[in-house]
Every structure is written in C-alpha cells, then in structure tokens.
Design a protein around this ligand. Structure first.
Ligand SMILES: [Zn+2]
Length: 276
C-alpha cells in the first residue's frame, strides 16, 4: 500500500508535467524553446536604469523624429516643443537607446547600457543679437512637462539626484547639450538634482578669493564630483572644457572655463554636503 501510494502521485505528477510541457509547446508553436518556471524571484536585483541623461536635439521636431527613429542614434523619450508639449517614447525603458556614446561618470563608463535618455527638442546655439551665439531658451511648459516625466522615471527606477545628468556632464569634451539655457536650478528646486547652498558658496568664495586653489585642486575636485578630467596639473584645453561644463550647469551666466574662486566654492560645497 505504502509503495503504491508513493508511486501513484509521482506518476500523476509526471503526467501533469508532460501535459503542461505539451501545452506550452503547442501555445508557443516552437518545439525548441525552453520551458521557463517563474515561481521564484530573486531579491538581489535592481533596475537596468541607473542614470538619467538629458539632451537637446538641435533639430526641429520632424527632423528629430526622423533622425532618432531612422538613424544610428536614439533616445527612450523625445520631448517636443509643441504646445502643449508631447512626450514620445521611442525605445522601451528595458532596452538600450543609443544616446550617450563614449561617456563617463564617477567610475561608470559607456552609459547607454545603464541609462535612460531624454532628447528635448531645442535648437541649441542660435545667432544672438551681437552676432555671437546664444543658447535658445526652453519654453516653461516644456520644462514643466519634463519635470513630470523625470519625476516619474526616477521614482520607478530609484535613480538618485546625483545621477540625473546632462550629456555635457558625461561627455564634456564632445558635447555641450542640454546647454547653458537649460534650467538645472528648476530641477534642483523640485529636489531632483543636488544644488550648492548659496550661503555656503558665498562663505567659501570669500576664502578662495584670498587663496584660489591651483589647477591640480580643480582637477581633483572635478574628478571627485564625477567628471572624467585630466590630472595634468596644468590648465589645458580638456580641463577648461570640463570646468565650462560644470559652470554651464551651476553658473550658466558665465561658463568660460576659468578656474575662478566662485567655481571652486561651488565645487567644494557640492563635494562636501552639509551634515543633515
Ligand atoms: Zn546629447
């Protein structure tokens, strides 16, 4: 009896398993595909998306759509300059879009694999009143739409504020988007990115006005912040580009790449946030 009782359920179990397998094969219509058992889920996992990268397209909406859907460059989202702005999803968030290229931030490289990219329709640098180039403004309603989108993405993927970045942050020698007219402060006001406390910057600046840090200090501080920057100790072209990228974000009124006292103060405050 005991043997029979033990044997019968096993046979039944095998039959059921075989029936399930046949059903799965019939349903999939593919005899060679594996049968996946999804009853277990690992605790040790997180989102593929660790960074959020912002860009401008430097193209009109029709051109942006054409380029980002038909060429070897793409983004997960395209935010239009229509009124009201429209958000197009071009690539599923679980897949890689090709927007970052050769890129680096704080030890992480080639960020396409680990980021979500948003392209914003904006012309970029345009002729200014004095013949020079100025960055075209972003309409407020476009930025409002962006804030809603960014909040949604970072909440779903648990992306921390210091990983919401511009293309110019992760590729400062190649890229200047989203440009000096992009309102990073607005994102900071929403709690989306870190921002240096103005009072602390002013206090630190008065110290650096008397003793400005040398170039090696700037390079070390920019590297601590996240940039890929040479450690040459001299104010070379790449170092100036990285300083300018930092300034475009935190002091867009002057982004000349000069290692001045205010820039040093902003870096110092961002790198050493006050204890909470
Ligand atoms: Zn870009």
């Amino acid at each position: 009896m005991r043997g029979g009782a033990a044997t019968a359920p096993m046979t039944l179990k095998k039959l059921l398993a075989r029936a399930a397998l046949c059903a799965a094969v019939l349903l999939s219509g593919c005899a060679s595909g594996p049968v996946i058992d999804t009853r277990y889920t690992a605790k040790g996992q997180d989102s593929r998306a660790q960074f959020l990268i912002l860009h401008y397209t430097q193209e009109s909406l029709p051109n942006s759509v054409r380029i980002l859907t038909q060429q070897q460059v793409s983004a997960h989202y395209l935010l239009s300059d229509e009124s009201p702005p429209r958000i197009y999803r071009l690539v599923d968030e679980n897949r890689r879009a090709w927007h970052a290229g050769d890129s680096f931030w704080k030890g992480h490289a080639m960020l396409n694999a680990s980021s979500i990219g948003i392209e914003i329709v904006n012309p970029g640098p345009v002729p200014g009143p004095d013949g020079g180039k100025v960055f075209a403004p972003y309409p407020p309603e476009q930025i409002e739409a962006l804030v809603v989108l960014v909040k949604d993405i970072v909440a779903r993927h648990q992306i921390p504020p210091e990983r919401i970045l511009g293309h110019s942050d992760i590729a400062p020698l190649r890229k200047i988007d989203p440009g000096a007219s992009f309102p990073w402060k607005r994102l900071a006001d929403e709690g989306l990115i870190p921002w240096p406390d103005a009072a602390r910057v002013a206090a630190q600046k008065s110290i650096y006005d008397d003793h400005r840090p040398d170039v090696a200090w700037f390079q070390q501080a920019l590297a601590s912040h996240g940039f890929k920057v040479p450690a040459s100790g001299v104010l070379d072209g790449p170092t100036r580009r990285v300083i300018a990228a930092f300034q475009m974000k935190y002091r867009p009124a002057r982004h000349d790449g000069e290692p001045d006292a205010e820039t040093a103060a902003m870096l110092q405050v961002l790198n050493a946030p006050a204890a909470r």
